[in-house]
Write a protein that binds this ligand. Structure first.
Ligand code: NAD
Length: 453
């Protein structure tokens, strides 16, 4: 079916007001939940075909996320959708003021391939919860997961409400010509700019969930053992193909050697290997080639081996990397961890400040002053102190970037708000109307107004 006619049908359907009823939203959230559960095997098989992502990783980083999101909205929908009463200023007495969360209408979600289910379905779930229609365009790069989502959604939901549109650049370009009431995009900063430009043509509001080089800092005041374990996990999860993975590491010089040893220990302990369930493949040959070219043989501290046939790149640590090295120029998005050292903590923060604002940042320390400087001096989308990646699992925290790493955010109530318009309504009584604001004006009226305002 032509995508334009599907969007048209969604417009007509939205106008019937059906998607606004809370019972309608809940019914479809429940339905999606039961479909995810009954199709778990299909979802596992598809993602394994795409990049050998294990059942364990798929459940913990994708399926459980989606189910948690649905449960969150099922539980909180009534409170989220309820008009919020706010106070009314003096000049509007006697009156009352409320903010209504108004569904936006027809929304578009464009997903990325690296967590294909979570990054496609979580925004769609937020769109449903907020009372919208939605077209989802998952990433064609993870082709099997795209097909699995299209099968689940298109065979079970009316297309005038929810629809998965399969395709790549051409199809996305076609979609971007159409007028949507919200575009939610997850992907690279480069494509984010294309989306933003296209959205501007229709003045469509956007959420752009983009990428960047997310630093991890380890100071001499850190619990080094814990820091090493959590950095290795966050970096090599999904073979480094995680938007919030620590991209590079800044370690205080006095603990550098000791810390690198610990990283090595945990990489070995976690048993990453091409045929193990602990490690995913690199998504495609293009990324495999791009990543292997970034390995500077002279700087390998650990790893550096790869196997083209299996698109496997060993977890690799590159030591004493220079800011001018190729690996420090762009987001890595793979299992290569460049390490550089610092003598002075503030100079490490300054170095981060000189780059674009990252999607995430991580600090490992038990020193209060260092923590304060980290949160106050550098700008980043979100992050952790003494952990990596886990901030995005807390629904009470908004998830999104800043500057070139993104615009807007979602998760929990923030996802609901991203797909709603905050509509302000002031209701006045129809009695007791003073004449003060009405012409004809006078000095006396002005002096009263000065007192009132
Ligand atoms: P991408 O930008 O190449 O693709 C994302 C989507 O855009 C896909 O659906 C694709 O079909 C579409 N697309 C690609 N080129 C296009 C074009 N020229 N015109 C229109 N549409 C186009 O990103 P990716 O490779 O799927 O994902 C990797 C990037 O995404 C990394 O930079 C990563 O950091 C970022 N990312 C961010 C988040 C986040 O939540 N902030 C999550 C995952 C990935």
């Amino acid at each position: 079916m032509e995508i334009e006619s599907i969007l048209l049908k969604q417009r007509v359907f939205f106008a019937t007001q059906q998607t606004k009823s809370l019972s309608f939203r809940k019914m479809y959230l429940e339905k999606l939940k039961s479909l995810i559960i009954s199709n778990e095997t299909l979802l596992y098989e598809a993602i394994y075909k795409d990049f050998r992502k294990s059942k364990f990783d798929t459940y913990t980083t994708e399926i459980s996320f989606i189910l948690k999101d649905i449960d969150y909205y099922l539980k909180n929908l009534k409170a989220l959708a309820k008009p919020k009463k706010v106070s009314t200023n003096m000049v509007n007495q006697l009156g009352s003021s409320k903010i209504y969360s108004d569904p936006l209408g027809c929304t578009l979600v464009i997903g990325a391939w690296n967590y294909p289910y979570q990054l496609s379905l979580s925004p769609m779930i937020a769109a449903i919860a907020a009372g919208n229609c939605c077209i989802l365009k998952p990433s064609e790069i993870a082709e099997n997961t795209m097909k699995a989502m299209s099968q689940i959604i298109n065979e079970n939901f009316p297309s005038e409400y929810l629809y998965v549109y399969e395709g790549g650049i051409d199809e996305t370009t076609e979609l971007l010509r159409l007028k949507f009431d919200k575009i939610f995009f997850t992907g690279s900063t480069k494509v984010g700019k294309i989306i933003y430009k296209a959205a501007a043509e229709h003045l469509a509001p956007v959420v752009l969930e983009l990428g960047g080089k997310s630093p991890a800092i380890v100071t001499q005041h850190a619990n080094l053992e814990i820091a090493a374990k959590r950095i290795v996990w966050g970096k090599f999860l999904n073979a480094g193909q995680t938007c919030v993975a620590p991209d590079y590491l800044l370690v205080e010089e006095s603990v550098q050697e000791q810390f690198l040893e610990m990283l090595r220990k945990y990489i070995k302990e976690f048993q990453y290997s091409p045929d193990s369930d602990q490690y995913t493949q690199i998504i495609n040959q293009r990324n495999f080639q791009r990543l292997t070219k970034l390995i500077d043989q002279k700087k390998i501290y650990f790893g550096g081996n790869f196997d083209e046939e299996n698109r496997f790149i060993e977890p690799t640590i590159l030591n004493n990397v220079d800011w001018k090295d190729e690996i420090m120029q762009e987001e890595i998005f793979g299992p290569l961890l460049p390490v550089t050292s610092f003598k002075n903590y503030n100079s490490a923060l300054k170095a981060i400040l000189e780059l674009e604002k990252p999607l995430a940042a991580y600090l490992f320390t038990n020193n209060t002053e260092e923590k304060e400087h980290f949160t106050q001096k550098i700008s980043f989308g979100g992050g952790c102190i003494n952990d990596t990646v886990m901030h995005l699992s807390n629904d009470h925290l908004p998830f999104g970037g800043v500057g070139t790493s993104g615009i807007g955010n979602y998760h929990g109530k923030f996802g609901f708000e991203a797909f709603s318009h905050q509509k302000s309504v002031l209701e006045k009584t129809t009695w007791g109307e003073p004449n003060i604001k009405y012409p004809p004006y006078s000095e006396k009226k002005l002096s009263w107004i000065k007192k009132l305002l």
